[in-house]
Design a binder for this molecule. Structure first.
Ligand code: LRH
Ligand code: MN
Ligand code: MN
Length: 386
């Protein structure tokens, strides 16, 4: 591996999600696990543990109100003491009885006001944590044709986004996430990157689109969306996870490592890997049946492997093959990189960084799980949505 590729991997940053450490499940059942954090402080401790063994996950995203605390500066200090920082603040306008017919697009102005109030409150939290990014996802939509007016709802959405955007500080950003369907089944107000892009373009430079890899129709060419948004300067970040059918929230790179490689190839081509490029690489996953901390470690490693392969693409050879119309050679150049076993190089890199070359084994040996299982034996475990 070249020196430059190693440097890029060393500088890579992947943000983990606080909710990945708590109990989670499906519509049918939440299976509780032992040793799960009971509050945001314990979630941060788990995130710091992932960073300790991977060296590339120094921030953790919060979700409000799941991670509501009295004093965010104190939470931030606690994170710093453990060697990490608080990252993206995720808003939540999807878990209140009032939001049955929508949050910011609800026909009732009082409910819209309440939802906007939450978004503004989350900007206050950004101020306190020192985080840069506010992430918005709206479950808003309709279940039946005729239920509400599409364009009126778009106007309501635009107003809410404008008010929130105008409240942002100069160094803060708004990341707008789209999702094809669920929980709304007929029409979702922000269903795709086009709608998200349109709103962000109207708002200004600090409004950017976030791609959750699980939020598309099956077969969607996600790397094309990545390329187009990068070219337009409108890609703000990713919620990484993998899916077989819908929004499965499985470990990134588990279902389709080739897709993850193709996404990272577009990132590398656009020179968008380093922090200055402003792309937030986040995980948005739920570990329903597998142990959580090692699942997050595995996910971080999967992103690293896809990135390493993308960095190995022989770009001059690829360009030459493309320019000469050599279809098979161009494809072969890409596939050669994808088929390279980058694990030995990543082990080497970790040793250079003073880490154990095998983060999974090092975590298992560390005794961290046994320690927290004992410490957290009483009290209520934090769950998805708590
Ligand atoms: C919606 C979503 C969004 C939420 C998270 C919990 O499906 O991807 O990012 O904040 O799940
Ligand atoms: Mn998401
Ligand atoms: Mn999702």
């Amino acid at each position: 591996m070249t020196h430059l590729a190693k440097q890029a991997l060393r500088a890579q940053r992947i943000e983990t999600a606080s909710w990945a450490y708590g109990n989670s499940g499906t519509r049918f059942k939440v299976f509780p696990q032992e040793g799960v954090p009971r509050d945001p402080y314990e979630k941060i401790a788990d995130a710091a543990t992932v960073h300790r063994f991977t060296g590339v996950a120094p921030t953790v995203a919060l979700h409000i109100p799941w991670d509501r605390v009295a004093d965010y500066a104190k939470l931030s200090d606690a994170a710093a003491e453990l060697g990490i920082a608080l990252g993206t603040i995720n808003t939540n306008v999807f878990q209140d009885n009032d939001y049955k017919l929508g949050s910011v697009t609800n026909p009732d102005p009082a409910i819209r006001r309440k939802a906007i109030g939450h978004l503004l409150e989350c900007v206050d939290i950004l101020d306190q944590t020192g985080s840069r990014d506010l992430k918005l996802w709206f479950s808003d939509g309709t279940n039946y044709p005729g239920q509400d007016d599409v364009r009126v709802r778009q106007d309501r959405l635009a107003q809410a986004l404008r008010e929130t955007y105008d409240r942002l500080g100069a160094h803060q950003r708004m990341l707008l996430e789209y999702k094809l369907f669920e929980p709304a089944f007929y029409m979702t107000d922000v269903p795709d990157w086009g709608t998200a892009y349109l709103h962000c373009a109207r708002l200004g430079d600090r409004a950017q689109v976030v791609i959750d890899t699980g939020h598309h129709a099956p077969g969607t060419n996600i790397e094309f969306i990545v390329a187009v948004l990068l070219q337009a300067g409108k890609l703000g970040g990713f919620d990484f996870n993998s899916r077989f059918y819908a929004d499965d929230d499985l470990m990134v790179g588990a279902a389709d490592p080739f897709q993850l490689f193709r996404i990272m190839h577009e990132i590398v081509l656009a020179d968008a890997l380093n922090a200055n490029a402003g792309i937030a690489f986040m995980l948005d996953q739920c570990h329903n049946i597998e142990p959580k901390i090692p699942a997050v470690i595995r996910s971080v490693m999967n992103v690293q492997e896809a990135t390493a392969k993308a960095l190995l693409v022989d770009q001059p050879a690829l360009r030459a093959a493309q320019d000469s119309g050599d279809v098979l050679e161009a494809n072969a150049v890409l596939m050669d990189a994808f088929h390279t076993d980058v694990r030995p190089m990543l082990r080497e890199l970790r040793e250079d960084m003073g880490l154990d070359p095998d983060p999974m084994a090092a975590y298992r040996r560390s005794g961290y799980f046994e320690k927290v299982r004992a410490e957290r034996a009483d009290g209520q475990a934090a769950g998805w949505g708590a």
